[in-house]
Design a protein around this ligand. Sequence first.
Ligand code: GCO
Ligand code: MG
Length: 402
Amino acid sequence: MSRIERAEVFVASPGRTFVTLRITTSDGVVGLGDATLNGRELAVASYLRDHLVPLLIGKDPARIEDMWQYLYRGAYWRRGPVTMTAIAAVDTALWDIKGKVAGLPVYQLLGGRSRDGVLVYSHASGRDTAELLDDVERFLSLGYEAVRAQAAVPEVGGTYGVRKGKLYEPAAAALPDEQPWDTEAYLNFAPTYLEAVRERFGFGFHLLHDVHHRLTPLEAARFGKAVEPCRLFWMEDPTPAENQEAFRLIRQHTTTPIATGEVLNSIWDVQTLITEQLIDYVRTTVVHAGGLTHLRRIFDLAALYGVRTGSHGATDLSPVSMAAAVHLDVAVPNFGIQEYMGHADETLEVFRGGPTLADGMLHPTEVPGLGVEYDEKAAERFPYQARYLPVARRLDGSVHDW
Ligand code: GCO
Ligand code: MG
């Protein structure tokens, strides 16, 4: 029987920081898992190196479900982003190995294709409405069928989601960048640029917007109502996601579809949201919600209640995560949309392969496993650099949800 012989944790910053787990079996089969938790990377690296790797050596790599239960129940301490990201890395690497052993791409092991390709959305942004409109035009001309729109609030700035360089990258400073926030200014301004996008480009594509946890339930209800004429595909994270009950109020007041879950890690974190049908799209991911095994469980629960998938796919999800996401997206019956921001050139020098983009859709690779390789030598050229996500402060100086 094949055994897990080696498990190595790599921390490198090719364009941004990624933590990657590589498991090697006694038969020489190699599997990869993403273990990146933006701004808290070394905590997961230590969880893996110091606590999980010793448990893996000598185990049967084929027993994916059993390994998941062993690491989850065996920790005693449950849920939480650090634990669930570490378990996810092991789980993803074992699915990669299983695919390679079977000689099949992972989506075949998940039941095969339910669709030809995976609809994606990317991020348009601007420092003002004019700049945003140019950026939306750019994405539409690239063939995207779904675009997220964010613009900085005039006179306040600091709005979540406005790109500075080629890619949107919020984790950019050696200490957290403190950004100003004014809810009223945002509520007055954001509907106007979403209207401007529809006025200029019409309704022939999906328009999305990320509130990024900034509103109270009542404010979110007001916002959702105000943008109803724009027929958004979704408003994302209208309120801080840990209060599942808050979504009842928003739901009762607006027909704007709601998406949430990128910071949630387990099926229990989304149970009320799904079973009470308080959201339309669940945004949990392979990397932060316990791997393919657990995410499949969340998506299956969602399917029972007519909730569709819409997984997070920002630049801090490594190409290994994105590949795993696309294998699952193409297989599940209740797929909705996949976020896709792409990666920096440096990232793609280290992670080779992965899904291909054509006409606004991602397609999984047909090679056995997940289809991504990690170039350890290339990674050595990009030593770890500490980065923090920003922190938001209201105009009176108090801390707000970023
Ligand atoms: C999104 C997200 C990201 C996160 C980032 C944090 O919808 O893409 O909100 O932009 O802020 O991934 O690490
Ligand atoms: Mg988001």
